[in-house]
Each structure stands twice: as C-alpha cells, then as structure tokens.
Design a protein around this ligand. Structure first.
Ligand code: SF4
Ligand code: SF4
Length: 193
C-alpha cells in the first residue's frame, strides 16, 4: 500500500506568500491573494487593526449582458506590497518571529483568507496541487493527506460558480517593469468560446 505523506511546509519556505504570478496571462498582470466577497471587510478590518495599508482589487465579476460591466463581484484579490506585485501585506518580513516551519510568519495566520488555508490545492476534481509550491515540487504527485485544504477549496469553488451569463476578469496592471507595455487595466470579458 502506498504511504500517504502529510502536507507540511518546507523548512524556512515562504514562497507562496511572496511570489505572485501572471494569471491567466501577462496581459492581465499579476494576481493577488484571492479574497471572497464575505472576507473583504474582515481583511480590511484586520489590516486597520494591524496598522497596515492594503490594496484590494476586484478579480472576477459577472454581468447579464456582454456589453455592460459586471454587476456582481464573485471574488476580489489582495495585492502585494511591492511594485511588481510580490509580497503579501500580512507577511511579517521584518520581525524576528518565525512561522512554525521557520519561514516568515503571517500576521493574521488564524484568520487568513480561505485561499491561503486551501493552498497548495488549486483544483479539487481531479485533485491538483500547485507545482510551484516547494513541497509539491519535492513530493510530486504523492497521495497527500490534504483533507482540510480540500475542504477550503471546495468552499471557494462553490462561491465562484457563476449563475450569470458573462464572466469578467479584472486586469491588475501590476507586474515587472519590462511587462508594462503588455499589461492592461480594468475589466476584460472572458472568452468562453
Ligand atoms: S510554497 Fe508550499 S512549502 Fe512553501 S510556504 Fe508555501 S505552501 Fe509551504
Ligand atoms: S494572508 Fe498570510 S498566509 Fe495568506 S498570503 Fe498573506 S501572509 Fe501568506
């Protein structure tokens, strides 16, 4: 019988709280941490309590008609503090404290967004782990014990199931200086054809 390996962060790693990626392409700029609509206010309050300035942009929206802008926001995103979009504002990179596995600690760990508790799970059917995560790189497709991460992801998926006809994605215009000319800003209608 194949032995399950419990998911555990790699010693001293904080990569997923630092590095942001272009998604779905450079045109859309780098994405922030996914925030559900009901989490937005809580994140803003937590930031205020910690004396942090945060920037939350919309991420996915829906509209009934193709030629109108989104009427409903399905998800927001918490942008990084660096000009190129990297580094979550809640990551404590200056203090002396460390996370349990020796990386930079999250200032709101117990109250972090659902997307952070789900990570590195990025798809639930079939189960897919983000290959950029250091743990996943080291353990490949091993059958991990990822029940809690899976549960969080399922909740996210349920929330993001659009019942309207058109889906829009917000281009952040955030990324590396050399990509400035490629990146767009604002709502772009998803091509679902
Ligand atoms: S990239 Fe993976 S191993 Fe590294 S901190 Fe994130 S979840 Fe943990
Ligand atoms: S909220 Fe915390 S866990 Fe999530 S990306 Fe930011 S620092 Fe990392």
């Amino acid at each position: 019988m194949e032995k399950n390996i419990d998911f555990e962060c790699i010693e001293e790693c904080s990569q997923c709280c630092i590095e942001r990626e272009y998604y779905p392409s450079k045109e859309f700029g780098k994405i922030g941490v996914l925030i559900l609509p009901e989490e937005k206010e809580r994140m803003e309050k937590l930031a205020e309590k910690k004396g942090l300035k945060i920037k939350i942009l919309p991420r996915i929206g829906t509209s009934k008609l193709k030629n109108s802008k989104p009427e409903k926001i399905l998800a927001y995103q918490l942008m990084g503090t660096e000009k190129n979009g990297n580094t979550c504002p809640f990551l404590d990179t200056n203090g002396t404290d460390k996370s349990p596995h020796g990386g930079f600690p999250c200032k709101i760990y117990k109250e972090r967004p659902l997307a952070c508790s789900a990570y590195p799970l990025i798809e639930s059917n079939p189960v897919t782990l983000d290959q950029k995560c250091k743990f996943c790189k080291e353990h490949g497709n091993t059958d991990q014990n990822i029940n809690s991460e899976m549960e969080s992801l399922l909740k996210i998926k349920e929330q993001m199931m659009p019942d309207e006809s058109s889906i829009w994605r917000f281009a952040t215009n955030v990324g590396e200086p050399e990509d400035e000319k490629i990146m767009k800003h604002g709502w772009i209608l998803e091509d679902v054809s």
